[in-house]
Design a protein around this ligand. Structure first.
Ligand SMILES: Nc1ncnc2c1ncn2[C@@H]1O[C@H](COP(=O)(O)OP(=O)(O)O)[C@@H](O)[C@H]1O
Ligand SMILES: N[C@@H](CCOP(=O)(O)O)C(=O)O
Length: 320
């Protein structure tokens, strides 16, 4: 369960006093997620997510992340807006952690997205890139190329067996993986950087159709190469649980993306390299989090191996 820092109903009720949201009705821990502590919090006025930010989310990045979602939500992009307290602040402090309240988004993520869902998810990612383009916030990617070597060095102290084999292979690739980041022709801008199916909630819209109701979890958001965000998303949406490619899902997602924001030739060409970088980035964080997992946390670490297998697909695509 993703509760690293427990919050009691009394502590939540006290925290709520600074918001114009009425009194606490219900506080329920949210089981999903692996990074931060999340509770569903219901008040007299509505439902919200209470998040306490843990290790990997640097509190100094929160103005960027919450500013971006606030801006996108105000522009009509489907994402829950952060809630300001009576003094206009969206970032508070609770139980020794930076904390925020965000509107609750009804809906659920697609465990088995159809090609139509893939297409729509691709469109919404491209809309995010267009809508966020003139956002003025600045944040470097906290798990960009510079962080990979450090993560690998930490894993190096503990990896054995199959983990060691994956790590050795990734360490050999690291020097070349950063190449696209020195290419000035690749457009940059605000990206989500964790656009996985579990961060895209689908709901029934006012016309009775299923649509993306809310994109959540912008806590890895940063300014980076736009096509890298697409490569991350393709890597997240276009493979099965074992890490084998799903060609029609990959096609549908990219087609949806390009129906809104067509790629330049340079972006299309760089996509396999960016995909390989995405495979390594998520393998490394998963490997790191599993190797250094604290059993006192009831979160189940994610398996790095299926992400590592995505490398084969992207490397083969690079060779074409
Ligand atoms: N605004 C929201 N509306 C509805 N559910 C949410 C919202 N934010 C988070 N959740 C739920 O909480 C879970 C964990 O949130 P997430 O931000 O992905 O956590 P983490 O960053 O710890 O991985 C999500 O999978 C979703 O079920
Ligand atoms: N998406 C990442 C881990 C971050 O988890 P999330 O629940 O915040 O999406 C992964 O799959 O490794």
């Amino acid at each position: 369960m993703a509760v690293f820092t427990p919050v009691t109903p009394q502590q939540a009720a006290d925290y709520l006093m600074r918001y114009p949201l009425g009194g606490l009705v219900e506080l329920t821990p949210i089981a999903e997620g692996v990074e931060n502590t999340n509770y569903r919090l219901v008040t007299d006025r509505g439902a919200y997510v209470l998040t306490l930010f843990e290790g990997r989310t640097d509190p100094s990045a929160l103005p960027f992340c919450l500013g971006l979602t606030g801006r996108l939500a105000a522009q009509g992009f489907p994402t829950p807006a952060p809630v300001a307290d009576r003094e206009g602040q969206v970032i508070g402090r609770l139980n020794g952690r930076a904390a925020a309240l965000v509107e609750w988004t009804p809906g659920a993520w697609k465990r088995q997205p159809t090609d139509k869902d893939q297409y729509r998810a691709g469109q919404v990612l491209a809309l995010l890139h267009l809508d966020a383009a003139d956002y003025e916030g600045v944040r470097d990617n906290p798990v960009g190329p510079r962080a990979w070597a450090e993560l690998a060095a930490r894993c190096d102290m503990a990896a054995k067996g199959e983990d060691r084999r994956m790590l050795d292979q990734m360490q050999r690739l690291l020097p070349d993986l950063a190449r696209p980041w020195s290419d000035p022709t690749l457009p940059r801008g605000p990206i989500h950087a964790d656009y996985f199916p579990d961060n895209v909630l689908f709901a029934t819209n006012e016309h009775g159709a299923t649509d993306v109701g809310g994109v959540i979890d912008f806590y890895f958001a940063c300014v980076d190469v736009l096509a890298y965000d697409l490569a991350i998303a393709l890597s997240a949406w276009g493979f099965d649980a074992e890490g084998r490619p799903l060609p029609s899902a990959l096609r549908a997602f990219q087609k949806g993306y390009e129906s809104v924001r067509p790629l330049s030739d340079a972006e299309r060409e760089a996509l396999p390299e960016l995909g390989a970088a995405a495979a390594v980035r998520f393998t490394l964080t998963r490997l790191h989090d599993r190797l250094f997992h604290d059993p006192a946390n009831l979160v189940t670490p994610k398996d790095p191996a299926p992400f590592f297998r995505r490398l084969d697909y992207w490397k083969a695509a690079e060779a074409v």
